[in-house]
Design a protein around this ligand. Structure first.
Ligand code: HEM
Ligand code: HEM
Length: 184
């Protein structure tokens, strides 16, 4: 099935808002873990930091599902004509891998990180049950750690790509995700 092509030159306001909200939340996940690693095991703040990590992770899952729904319905905006085939594959491949990890990081966390007896109180507001792990907990835990590295690599590629578009190619790719970057 051919995917719809959105001929508009910029992402919708919803897509832009979700992109930056999710990006901030993902960066926050790493900073939160960094902070937790500096705490001693008995520190009472530890439980709160992990409650926030888990709640934010599940929020990223929900926001990503909404974002993918909008994205698949509206189709994609064509990349600039000047891009070589390998650049297009690298750019789109990075995006697809990002989407996969934005779903699989929260799901793997949910499988190993929410215990059946205690569940999770989402930001202390409402209960989220455990997923039936069915022996998958260890694999999910390993995936979560490898996936975190993959996210870091994708992030570097993604930001280098954005900077190349903005400063070497001087096209409108960053501007369509960050209207404040529009030239003139
Ligand atoms: C996009 C969402 C998420 C990101 C980017 C993320 C990222 C991370 C990172 C970077 C680590 C440290 C890994 C390491 O020690 O090498 C981690 C650990 C952890 N995450 Fe997540 N996470 C996400 C979602 C979740 C969710 C939804 C849960 C649970 C519901 C969760 C539960 C945990 C737990 C329990 C650990 C500690 C594991 C350990 O100490 O070995 N995470 N996460
Ligand atoms: C963890 C943080 C981030 C994640 C998970 C992320 C994820 C994504 C994804 C999945 C897309 C594809 C959108 C689509 O077509 O459906 C995208 C597009 C884009 N991102 Fe990010 N992003 C992050 C951070 C950043 C940062 C820091 C920048 C700028 C320096 C940036 C600039 C862009 C731009 C310019 C596009 C549009 C590309 C195009 O038009 O094809 N992103 N991002």
């Amino acid at each position: 099935m051919a995917m719809a092509i959105d001929r508009r030159s910029s992402y919708s306001r919803a897509a832009i808002t979700l992109h930056w909200l999710i990006a901030l939340a993902v960066i926050g996940q790493f900073l939160g873990i960094q902070y937790a690693e500096g705490l001693s095991r008995e520190d009472p703040a530890m439980a709160t930091v992990y409650m926030i990590h888990k709640s934010t992770g599940l929020t990223i899952l929900a926001l990503t599902l909404i974002r993918l729904f909008i994205r698949l319905r509206r189709g994609f905006i064509p990349l600039p004509q000047h891009m070589a085939g390998w650049e297009i594959v690298l750019a789109r491949g990075t995006h697809v891998a990002f989407y996969a990890l934005l779903l699989l990081m929260p799901l793997s966390g949910w499988i190993f990180g929410i215990s059946a007896d205690r569940g999770l109180d989402w930001y202390g507001i409402f209960p989220v049950p455990a997923l039936p792990a069915g022996g998958l907990a260890d694999a999910a835990h390993q995936f979560h750690e490898l996936g975190a590295w993959a996210l870091v690599i994708l992030f570097v590629l993604h930001v280098l790509g954005a900077l190349k578009h903005q400063f070497l190619d001087r096209d409108d790719v960053l501007a369509r995700m960050l209207p404040a970057a529009r030239r003139r």
